[in-house]
Design a binder for this molecule. Sequence first.
Ligand code: NAG
Ligand code: NAG
Length: 493
Amino acid sequence: MIPLLIIATPLVALFVFCLSSGKKINSVTYASGSSANCGWRDGMLAYLMDAPRLLRVGYCTTKNKGGIFKIPILRNWMLIMTNSQRLEEALKSNDGTLSSRGAIEEMLQLSQFFSPTILTNPYHFSLITSHLTKRLPMVIPELVDEVANFFEELIGDKSFFVGRAPEIFTPMICRTINRAFVGKEKCRDKEYIKLSIGYSARVVSKGYMLSYVPLSLRAVVASLIAPFSQRRAMAKHLQPLISARRETIAEVGNVNADSDFLCGLIERAPPQEQDDYSLAMRILHLNFAALHSTYVVCTQMFYIICSKREWAEELRQETATVIKNYGWTQNGLDQMVKIESFVREVLRLRGQAGISLIRLAIKPFRFSDGVVIPPGTMLSADALGFQSDPEQWRDADHFDPFRFCEGDDRTSNEKGRIVNTSYNFLAFGHGRNSCPGRWFVAYELKTMLAYALYNYDISFESGVLEEPQDRWLGAACFPNETAELRFSRRNRD
Ligand SMILES: *[C@@H]1O[C@H](CO)[C@@H](O)[C@H](O)[C@H]1NC(C)=O
Ligand SMILES: *[C@@H]1O[C@H](CO)[C@@H](O)[C@H](O)[C@H]1NC(C)=O
């Protein structure tokens, strides 16, 4: 899913910006005690090539000494918080000072790819909380059905299937999320799925290129990277569904608890965004938001399973016992504490990003000790550091799949479930802007893993037990996609 371009782009940008040098830094109030206080160019190169190391070193050296350090990013500086006092103060600030949306726009220019109001009025994200999460008891059986159907189709009448992560997990995730967003029929439409996957991949791999394009040209360049024709094709796919929902709403009146996500979307959309195209852009944006990060974690999860047979076996046994008693229900998935623990451990030690709580300073932000974040500067939390802090976690760097479900002496961190955010577990952010989709994602990942383990033997096709190493670009983690995976039907008597 991530072409070479994603590596090449920042390097080209790096050279361009090395030439123009980092004058901006003079206006930054530096954090003291920073280990990353190397030169701007060296620092940026180190960050692009080896962010995990920089984040760990930065955490250890500043946690008790300043609680913040700086790293050069392409256009300016990122200040990275390393103690909970700082997180607490930053989280108390408001969106007008430290803006989460501003940071997303700065990084990916989403308003150019979806619609100008996508971040200023994210009503479709509120709908995740008020509609999708509330309807989970109804949505979960559909999720299970979709995952089952996906594997059936993949393997067909053969006894096994071999493929790479992007061929398997990307369409699997895309189908399950769209089952929830737009329903059974559309989510199995191959053209629609292809369109969604292709569009999201373009935004992920090229979005931040756009922030280097002069403002007046951005819309034009955006339409070259992610053409209007694709957006219109998306709208065309959804148009009949939207019309049908409009008719339902006209007949029934208000949308009730039984109505699906698309109905909810139509009801919530402001008057000026009631047209098919605007509604389709919201669905497209949700596809983007739900696809990439889930894909990264899903792939990591299956790679680990392939490399540790004994864990796979233990998780499979738990699934079998639970299914016998509860079937594939929400209640059943809730009983799978080992699966839950395993997924949370993947999110703690692996996951898709080394930083979290990313904010753009809109106005100067002053910490209580006087450190000032000037406008235009990015601020974030060292998720990698917090999530592997030896003072917070037993055997912090060790991947222990069952740390969240075994032992009576578990700490409060270790009692948490996938969805529980804290200063020491930032995979979904924390506080006001934490990910509204995390309840859905938790069930989605658990279903995929449990269902696959229960029905298939999963291994690397090469026969090795060693996981291919993740690749990092800056603080973003991408799975190594060279490995082939084999799913073989299991004989269950
Ligand atoms: C974790 O989140 C769940 C669901 O939102 C909540 O009910 C529970 O109290 C939380 N647990 C902890 C330990 O914070
Ligand atoms: C992916 O993993 C394989 C096997 O571990 C390794 O040979 C290859 O260099 C890795 N590729 C990347 C791009 O990291």
